[in-house]
Unconditional design. Sequence first.
Length: 356
Amino acid sequence: MTQKKGRAAVPDGAEDPEYPEGGGIRRGTPPRRGLIAGTLELFRTGWRSLFGFSSGVALFTALVGAALVTAAFALSWHDFALTWKLARSDIAYEDPPLGYYPDQYTSIFLRSLPFMGLLLLVALFVLALLYVAYAVAVRDTEAGGHRPGSGELWRRSRPHIGLAIRVQLLTIVCLAPLALLAYLVAAFFRDGGMMGIDIEPLDYWSSTRYRLSANGLTSLVIVIGAFVWLRLSLATAAAVNGASTARAAVRRSWSLTGHPRRWRALRVTAPVMGVAVAAYIVLSHAAEPLAHPVGLSVLWLTDDNAYATGAVMEIVPAAVSLLVLTALVVPPVGAALARLHAELRTAEATEPPRGR
């Protein structure tokens, strides 16, 4: 009698005596196409509904984001107006304007802080929604179902959004210490130390060895943070495919992207993250000319307030690039991650049980 190696397939999040938090796949049928070919096929046959859904999400984000930014500027308008009044007074006396006084700058920051928090929550919701939608689309396609339209995709995604938001929050909790550490290391070398420790500030005149050491240490922390994100990038897809809690979804993603599937996961997620970062950089530079007409409009609306205009012009390139990313780049990224999740579940189901 021949013993069949492997184990029974179970949904993500189901209890498995050998793999707590679940393992295996919902259906035993492996994906019919490779990851890239399957992702392209998904968009070739259903691009109208998929990009239509993401464009609707981008429009929602633009409206909510514009409302929050407008409210933040309205609440801080007194400080912008006072700063511009003082600057014009300096110019009238042929003195150089001093710019923001500490009181005005602090007041603007504190008044804007709640709106920045709300913008982060909106971004969290949008990211969770898009990841859920494309995980649902890939799941239903792999199961042999028809590709849903935009409205049906929204209806099928709604039950998973709450869990997906909790997954994103837990992912941020895992990544935030590394992001903070990267910022502190960069600031430590840039500002010449902190907390009573004095070192040589990193500048143009620093030696090559010192620049390599400082930038290398900062890059090391960034690489560690990117690696942790890569290991957790399938958590939303795990939540859609049966993980009952955010913790189970995160643990499931970590398990699926571990040995012996680690290199396959890195070969997919690293280029995906690189494409998203490169697209943001390119789009940010491409959107810079849009800041000029927006700045002219703000000058007209604010009676030539250069400080309010400058603040708005700083926001425009990043806002435009993020909206374009939401509409055009996040969809294929989310679909590729969802298909990778299905592929790794299939690979896991065919592996011999642990310890044998």
